[in-house]
Design a protein around this ligand. Structure first.
Ligand code: HEC
Ligand code: HEC
Length: 543
């Protein structure tokens, strides 16, 4: 940041105007220079699902290069919804967020969450596209990650300034709504790496796999930092270094900004003119070049100012009520849905939003958000400008540095559900929760049930037997549950009321790669067929 600011001050004298807008490499803080080894280690850690308490979520689960660093699991048809401040689904304050993991206890069993049950929780805000984060002096929508890194183990200042990425990266690792379990501490985070074979849950490691070359994490930390110690500060430094190598500056706009021959179409050029016009749109006043974001905070009328206090929560200044950090628009084509709550699915809708002057008013609303009265042709041009010209082709193509391994989450290795459950009291069909990796030698995994009616308890059937394959138990074939080789695990159902019961247990993964375990929950329930209700079933294939 410092380097860029200085350049801007000196620029009128030293540089030709066209060169002013070039996006250079991001600044690195004194004390954490970019090195190849540290960036490689950071990349491994960024995609390391074993860093989360349930081994199902990595940074790269929510921040996918293919989505410009935002969450690629979103689609207009399937969105993960957070119920918002009122905790009620289906109301106007709902936000589209990113699924993480079930609420997890220190013993790795699950705990009921009032909105999500035992299913993976959803973040309260939309995942930022993290690929321009390296330029920002403070991070998150509200800028709560400042730029001074303090060692969480001893309170000493490690990096005095310019370290927002390092500061930010420490938050998700302990957060019980993202990668941690309740009361997770740094010792646990470090432990999760000590014995874990790097990226053992992922496939298609590419050049990263060549670099890892069968080594363990202490060896990788040794190459990056000189000694094998794994510490939170080193984890933060490596993660930040990797993110500083993600410079989205091979876009069609670059030659234009440099005053060189370019490939923009007439429509895209028209859109660019509108974008930069203070009179017609004012976009460029906040989405300043060359980053297309000013990293400052503005209330723009996306939602009522006091619904999500945004920057106000950090500063306590009423002028900041509802203000969010201006996101960079580089690669914005890939990072739908838009705004801090994922309100709009398309850039067309975003442009309509600006054209009508925002959706809500407040005394601190930025005056540049006002009705623009653009024509349909102008709107189309603006949208065209936001797409191809601002998109780095390496992002869409998944080419280095924007490549990534195939993660366990979302792969066919995830436990596969089959069959349908049967309902019990009140018509509630209990739900099987199975998200953790059946990783041979990787330790126990948790299976949960929710949506059950508490009563005598739940029974988990687990077995290699084909008896459990095919059709899950439905009423009359209960006798199968008593077949040979099937293990029955009793778990008391906690919770109250019809459909309010839940439980979870830890089981061993399959003993061999390629071997299957089948599992299904039964709940003793007077009302269900043959006096039990059942969940759907899952097949866990060892890998
Ligand atoms: C469960 C999804 C999820 C996971 C896992 C996750 N993040 Fe995020 N990330 C988010 C969300 C949501 C935000 C925005 C939160 C906010 O502003 O309140 C965010 C914000 C960020 C930002 C700020 C970007 C900006 O422009 O302000 C960075 C950088 C980032 N995450 C990096 C990481 C790293 C590094 C990890 C792993 C240690 C990680 N994230 C894990 C969802 C996730
Ligand atoms: C007053 C400053 C300001 C102006 C002017 C402005 N923006 Fe924004 N823009 C923001 C802020 C702040 C956000 C994030 C708001 C939120 O999520 O609550 C944003 C978000 C966006 C997003 C969504 C990005 C994402 O990743 O979710 C797009 C696209 C966008 N603006 C385009 C434009 C266009 C096009 C114009 C001109 C018509 C414009 N902006 C004018 C400040 C501004």
């Amino acid at each position: 940041m410092l380097a860029r600011r200085t350049a801007l001050v000196l620029a009128p004298i030293l540089l030709a105007p066209a060169l002013l807008a070039q996006l250079g490499p991001p600044p690195e803080p004194v004390g954490n220079p970019i090195t190849v080894s540290k960036a490689q280690l950071g990349k491994a850690l960024f995609f390391e699902e074993q860093l989360s308490s349930t081994r199902t979520v990595a940074c790269g689960t929510c921040h996918d290069p293919l989505a410009g660093g935002a969450d690629s699991r979103w689609s207009a048809a399937t969105s993960a919804v957070h119920p918002g401040p009122d905790a009620v689904f289906g109301t106007s304050d709902d936000a589209i967020g990113s699924p993480s993991q079930p609420r997890t206890l220190p013993n790795r069993r699950y705990r009921y969450h009032q909105s999500f049950g035992l299913a993976p929780q959803v973040t309260t805000r939309q995942t930022n596209a993290a690929f321009a984060a390296a330029y920002a002096p403070s991070l998150f929508w509200d800028g709560r990650a400042g730029d001074q890194l303090v060692d969480p183990l001893n309170g000493q200042v490690v990096l005095a300034s310019g370290a927002a990425l390092e500061v930010q990266s420490l938050e998700p690792l302990l957060s019980p709504t993202e990668m941690g379990h309740q009361a997770r501490d740094w010792n646990d985070v470090v432990q999760s790496l000590q014995a874990a074979p790097p990226l053992a849950l992922a496939t298609n490691l590419g050049a990263l796999g060549t670099w890892i070359n069968g080594r363990d994490y202490p060896a990788l930390f040794s190459e990056a930092f000189g000694t094998p110690e794994i510490t939170p500060v080193r984890i933060a430094m490596a993660l930040a270094t990797y993110q500083r190598t993600l410079v989205p500056n091979q876009t069609p706009i670059e030659p234009l900004l440099a005053g060189l021959p370019h490939t923009l179409t007439a429509q895209e050029l028209q859109g660019g003119t509108l974008f930069r016009s203070v009179q017609f749109t004012g976009c460029v006043e906040c989405h300043t070049l060359p980053l297309y974001g000013d990293d400052l905070f503005h209330y723009t009328g996306v939602r009522p100012a006091d619904e999500d206090p945004g920057r106000f929560a950090v500063t306590g200044n009423p002028a900041d009520m509802g203000a969010m950090r201006t996101p960079s628009l580089r690669n914005v084509e890939y990072s739908a849905p838009y705004f801090k709550d994922g309100r709009f699915a398309t850039l067309e809708e975003v442009v309509e939003f600006y054209d009508r002057g925002g959706d809500f008013d407040a005394p601190n609303k930025d005056p540049r958000i006002r009705p623009l009265n653009l024509t349909p042709t102008q709107k189309a041009a603006l949208v065209a400008y936001l797409k191809r010209p601002l998109s780095d082709e390496r992002v869409a193509a998944g080419v280095a540095p924007f490549d990534r391994p195939t993660l366990f989450g979302g792969s066919p290795r995830v436990p596969q559900h089959y069959g349908a459950g049967s309902d019990g009291s009140g018509g509630f069909v209990p739900r099987m929760i199975a998200v953790e990796p059946p990783h041979v030698g990787g330790g126990k995994l948790t299976l949960g049930i929710d949506g059950a009616t508490p009563g005598t308890g739940a029974l988990l059937l687990v077995g290699p037997a084909a008896d459990l394959a095919g059709t899950p138990f439905q009423g009359a074939n209960l006798h199968l549950a008593l077949g040979p080789g099937i293990v029955r695990v009793n778990a008391p159902l906690i919770g109250q009321g019809l459909g309010g019961g839940w439980a979870s247990v830890r089981i061993d993964p399959p003993a061999l790669v390629g071997a299957s375990l089948f599992a299904q929950w039964l709940v003793f329930d007077q009302v269900g067929p043959d006096r039990f209700a059942a969940t759907d079933a899952v097949e866990l294939v060892g890998f």
